[in-house]
Design a protein around this ligand. Structure first.
Ligand SMILES: [Zn+2]
Length: 113
Protein backbone atom coordinates (compact mmCIF):
# COMPACT_ATOMS: atom_id res chain seq x y z
CA UNK A 1 0.00 0.00 0.00
CA UNK A 2 1.41 3.37 -0.93
CA UNK A 3 1.37 6.15 1.60
CA UNK A 4 1.84 9.88 0.97
CA UNK A 5 4.97 11.20 2.64
CA UNK A 6 6.80 14.47 2.87
CA UNK A 7 10.21 13.44 1.56
CA UNK A 8 13.27 13.29 1.34
CA UNK A 9 14.88 15.65 3.83
CA UNK A 10 18.36 15.72 5.36
CA UNK A 11 18.20 14.32 8.87
CA UNK A 12 19.65 17.25 10.80
CA UNK A 13 18.31 19.30 13.67
CA UNK A 14 17.70 22.57 11.81
CA UNK A 15 15.93 20.88 8.88
CA UNK A 16 13.70 19.01 11.33
CA UNK A 17 12.86 22.23 13.20
CA UNK A 18 12.00 23.98 9.94
CA UNK A 19 9.94 21.21 8.37
CA UNK A 20 8.30 19.11 11.09
CA UNK A 21 5.61 20.05 13.62
CA UNK A 22 5.26 18.61 17.11
CA UNK A 23 2.47 16.12 16.63
CA UNK A 24 1.92 12.40 16.09
CA UNK A 25 3.21 10.81 12.92
CA UNK A 26 5.10 8.06 11.16
CA UNK A 27 8.45 8.28 9.44
CA UNK A 28 11.04 6.51 7.34
CA UNK A 29 14.83 6.85 7.55
CA UNK A 30 17.65 6.05 5.14
CA UNK A 31 21.36 6.45 4.55
CA UNK A 32 21.40 6.92 0.79
CA UNK A 33 19.38 7.88 -2.28
CA UNK A 34 18.83 5.73 -5.35
CA UNK A 35 19.59 6.82 -8.95
CA UNK A 36 16.29 8.75 -9.05
CA UNK A 37 17.11 10.69 -5.90
CA UNK A 38 14.62 8.70 -3.82
CA UNK A 39 15.64 7.60 -0.35
CA UNK A 40 16.31 3.89 0.15
CA UNK A 41 14.26 3.16 3.28
CA UNK A 42 16.22 1.32 6.01
CA UNK A 43 14.06 2.06 9.06
CA UNK A 44 10.42 2.89 9.75
CA UNK A 45 8.95 4.19 12.98
CA UNK A 46 6.19 6.23 14.55
CA UNK A 47 5.75 8.89 17.21
CA UNK A 48 2.59 8.67 19.28
CA UNK A 49 2.66 12.40 20.08
CA UNK A 50 5.77 14.22 18.80
CA UNK A 51 7.35 13.19 15.52
CA UNK A 52 9.70 16.18 15.60
CA UNK A 53 11.30 15.09 18.89
CA UNK A 54 11.54 11.52 17.65
CA UNK A 55 13.34 12.53 14.44
CA UNK A 56 15.73 14.76 16.39
CA UNK A 57 16.65 11.81 18.61
CA UNK A 58 17.47 9.80 15.48
CA UNK A 59 19.48 12.72 14.08
CA UNK A 60 21.63 12.86 17.22
CA UNK A 61 22.33 9.11 16.95
CA UNK A 62 23.87 9.68 13.51
CA UNK A 63 22.90 6.31 11.97
CA UNK A 64 20.83 7.81 9.12
CA UNK A 65 21.16 10.76 6.72
CA UNK A 66 17.66 11.22 5.26
CA UNK A 67 14.07 11.12 6.43
CA UNK A 68 10.50 11.22 5.15
CA UNK A 69 7.42 11.56 7.32
CA UNK A 70 3.68 11.97 7.56
CA UNK A 71 1.39 13.27 10.30
CA UNK A 72 -1.41 11.42 12.02
CA UNK A 73 -4.14 12.23 14.52
CA UNK A 74 -2.92 10.00 17.36
CA UNK A 75 -1.13 6.82 18.37
CA UNK A 76 -3.34 4.30 16.58
CA UNK A 77 -3.45 6.15 13.22
CA UNK A 78 0.32 6.60 13.54
CA UNK A 79 0.65 2.84 14.04
CA UNK A 80 -1.45 2.13 10.93
CA UNK A 81 0.77 4.45 8.86
CA UNK A 82 3.90 2.88 10.34
CA UNK A 83 2.51 -0.53 9.31
CA UNK A 84 1.84 0.72 5.78
CA UNK A 85 5.43 1.96 5.58
CA UNK A 86 6.69 -1.33 7.00
CA UNK A 87 4.82 -3.44 4.46
CA UNK A 88 5.84 -1.11 1.59
CA UNK A 89 9.55 -1.11 2.43
CA UNK A 90 10.03 -4.41 4.27
CA UNK A 91 12.58 -5.65 1.70
CA UNK A 92 15.13 -2.89 2.33
CA UNK A 93 14.83 -2.49 6.12
CA UNK A 94 17.82 -3.16 8.39
CA UNK A 95 15.50 -4.74 10.97
CA UNK A 96 12.70 -6.86 9.48
CA UNK A 97 10.54 -7.03 12.62
CA UNK A 98 6.90 -5.96 12.37
CA UNK A 99 5.94 -2.73 14.24
CA UNK A 100 4.58 -3.20 17.78
CA UNK A 101 0.97 -2.11 18.28
CA UNK A 102 0.28 0.74 20.78
CA UNK A 103 -2.93 -0.84 22.16
CA UNK A 104 -4.14 -4.42 22.53
CA UNK A 105 -7.02 -3.66 20.13
CA UNK A 106 -4.81 -2.10 17.41
CA UNK A 107 -4.75 -3.98 14.10
CA UNK A 108 -2.29 -3.72 11.24
CA UNK A 109 -4.32 -2.74 8.14
CA UNK A 110 -2.14 -4.99 5.94
CA UNK A 111 -1.73 -8.29 7.75
CA UNK A 112 -4.27 -7.94 10.59
CA UNK A 113 -1.56 -8.44 13.19
ZN1 LIG B 1 1.31 -5.94 9.25
Amino acid sequence: MLIALYSDFCLDSSTIDNCVAECAGAYALGRSLDVNGTMIVRYVGRADDNVRACLKAHASEGRFRYFAFTYSTGANPAYEKECNLYHSFERTLDDPHHPIEPFAWSKCPNCNR
